[in-house]
Design a protein around this ligand. Structure first.
Ligand code: LMR
Length: 328
């Protein structure tokens, strides 16, 4: 009869649709806030290619640069809701999930990326990748950007020059304390707003790496950049535990392998870009790069370093000591 026939047809349709569903690729949306031509942007594109290769198309990565999908203030919440599967916020942006990563924001902690690398690859550094696990996130690895420079609407040679100025900062308590130590006024704002804030003089300055200053054209609206190398801007690649643990074992291994290779590639780019983008900024003639004498630099260290003590309790003294001793 008619009813039975319809039911039979429906059952056939459902059965037929099951293999089609199983063949659908797994989608990884990777959201980030920087330009494509940066260590993170290029790492993301490389990751996408490597995942396609290694999984034979079973997993498809879709990259959303320039805060197109989520800004760093929203991306981790969105990840826990399943709206995005991969992100790589700066280590400064995990304050709501863990305090230990604040270590990486301490001013003048690391002398260069080699020291950063030594610490991150040490057992203590690797253990810190797990610090977000209780919150439903999984840290898959570190990615470098580089050392931060200070840009402003006036020349900054000594810490006194920064007093009274407003600086855009990432959402980090340590960075807030760092600028307060200079008697400056830090304002937490998302990365997508920085150019406009600088262009309209809503803030006087900001801190960032050469590649971010170049790719987002901050140097066109900041007449002075002090080569301070005062802090680190690095990333943690994160996913949600629900997504990651739900992947078939073999697929998870392939994706993890793709990520490791992409991170090695991105880390090399970070080193190259710090040199290349600084040179391009210098050649543009749009801004003056201020080099500090040893005596001037010592003044910045003296002004900012008390921040270490302020955060020792929540970061852990042994972590600070281990990180500092990675400088050799
Ligand atoms: C910033 O907000 O200044 C940086 O975190 C942007 C980035 O992801 O490098």
């Amino acid at each position: 009869n008619w009813l039975l026939m319809t039911a039979g047809l429906a059952a056939t349709a459902i059965a037929a649709s099951i293999p089609a569903l199983a063949d659908d690729p797994i989608l990884i949306k990777f959201a980030h806030v920087v330009a494509e031509n940066t260590p993170k942007g290029l790492m993301a594109e490389r990751f996408k290619e490597l995942v396609a290769e290694k999984t034979g198309g079973d997993v498809v990565v879709q990259v959303f640069p320039n805060s197109q999908l989520f800004g760093d203030d929203k991306v981790l919440e969105a990840m826990l809701l399943g709206d995005v599967q991969l992100a790589a916020p700066t280590l400064s942006k995990f304050g709501r999930y863990t305090e230990v990563l604040e270590l990486y924001d301490l001013p003048f902690l690391f002398e260069d990326l080699d020291a950063v690398e030594r610490f991150q690859q040490s057992p203590l550094g690797q253990e810190m990748l797990h610090s977000v696990e209780g919150k439903g996130l999984i840290g898959l690895g570190y990615l470098h950007n580089g050392m931060k420079q200070l840009s402003a609407s006036k020349p900054l040679r000594t810490p006194e020059d920064a007093a009274g100025l407003t600086f855009r900062i990432m959402s980090s308590e340590v960075l807030e304390a760092q600028f307060e130590a200079l008697d400056a006024a830090p304002i937490k704002k998302s990365f997508s707003e920085v150019f406009m804030l600088l262009q309209t003089n809503a803030v006087d300055g900001q801190e960032n790496t050469w590649s971010n200053i170049y790719s987002k054209k901050f140097y066109e609206v900041q007449p002075y950049i002090t080569e301070s190398n005062h802090g680190l801007l690095d990333y943690m690649v994160v996913t949600s535990a629900e997504f990651w643990n739900g992947l078939p074992d073999e697929t998870r291994e392939q994706v993890a392998e793709a990520l490791d290779e992409a991170l090695a590639y991105g880390n090399q780019i970070a080193r190259d870009k710090a040199i290349e983008d600084k040179r391009k900024i210098a050649e543009s003639g749009r801004t003056e790069i201020i080099e500090l004498s040893d005596a001037e630099r010592a003044q910045w260290v003296e002004a900012m370093k008390p921040v270490w003590q302020q955060f020792e309790g929540q970061i852990g003294r042994e972590r600070i000591e281990a990180a500092y001793s990675a400088n050799r």
